[in-house]
Write a protein of this length. Structure first.
Length: 224
């Protein structure tokens, strides 16, 4: 896979929220491709973050890059229209958070956004059986959702290989994203296992030089 096919998606969960517009501008100028936007509700996950108003504020600030909204909320459906209106590009959700997964995927598509399905570390890929063709994104969690700065769970590598096989067999144009514990020193093996879109929060926002960190990640990707 050519380097240009790899997308780096910094998670703004680890950004300085008091300077969010500037942080997003800086990380995009440093070479990031996509803004990963973590939405938590203190119900589906034990943390509380940001919603559609903040997504809209980033668009009004002038952010034109794709915004990858990762919903860790239950229920999901009522927020879809709000995030679409707020300028979301991708909207992904966890199957455990929707009573009707197929309907939710359709609602995201109908709202004009790209649907994604997210798999917790212990959630089987079976949920893809009848919906893979309807998705633009499969997102595998390599930590339990809720917090930045956790360690990568190794079994996600095997799961990535399995998801990559399913996506390739389907012939569909579907991104395979990984989220949690991605660093310069493991991004290469994560890419080799099949991922083509990489969320990284603390590994990027926790460093002083975002451009140097992203460049180091791309060096590893070029070797993968
Ligand atoms: C966790 C979030 C992640 C998180 C990743 O629930 O979905 O996007 O920000 O953070 P790092 O890259 O620090 O593991
Ligand atoms: Zn996320």
């Amino acid at each position: 896979m050519a380097d240009k096919d790899f997308l780096i998606a910094p998670s703004i969960l680890s950004a300085d929220f008091a300077r969010l517009g500037e942080e997003v501008d800086n990380v995009l100028a440093a070479g990031a491709d996509v803004v990963h936007f973590d939405v938590m509700d203190n119900h589906f996950v034990p943390n509380l973050t940001i919603g559609p108003l903040v997504c809209e504020a980033l668009r009004k600030h002038g952010v034109t890059a794709p915004i990858d909204v990762h919903l860790m909320v239950k229920p999901v459906d009522r927020l879809i229209g709000d995030f679409a209106a707020a300028g979301a590009t991708y909207i992904s959700f966890h199957p455990e958070a929707s009573e009707h997964v197929h309907r939710t995927i359709g609602a995201i598509r109908e709202a004009g956004c790209k649907p994604g399905l997210v798999f917790n570390p212990a959630t089987p890929l079976d949920h893809l059986d009848y919906v893979l063709d309807d998705l633009d994104l499969v997102l595998l969690m390599s930590v339990n959702p809720g917090f930045g700065g956790q360690s990568f769970i190794g079994s996600a590598l095997t799961k990535l290989e399995q998801a990559r096989t399913l996506i390739d067999a389907s012939g569909c144009d579907v991104r395979l994203e990984i989220d949690g514990g991605v660093k310069i020193d493991n991004i290469g093996e994560i890419a080799a296992a099949g991922a083509d879109m990489f969320v990284a929060g603390s590994a990027i926002f926790g460093t002083d030089d975002y451009a140097a960190t992203i460049a180091a990640m791309r060096d590893q990707l070029a070797k993968a």
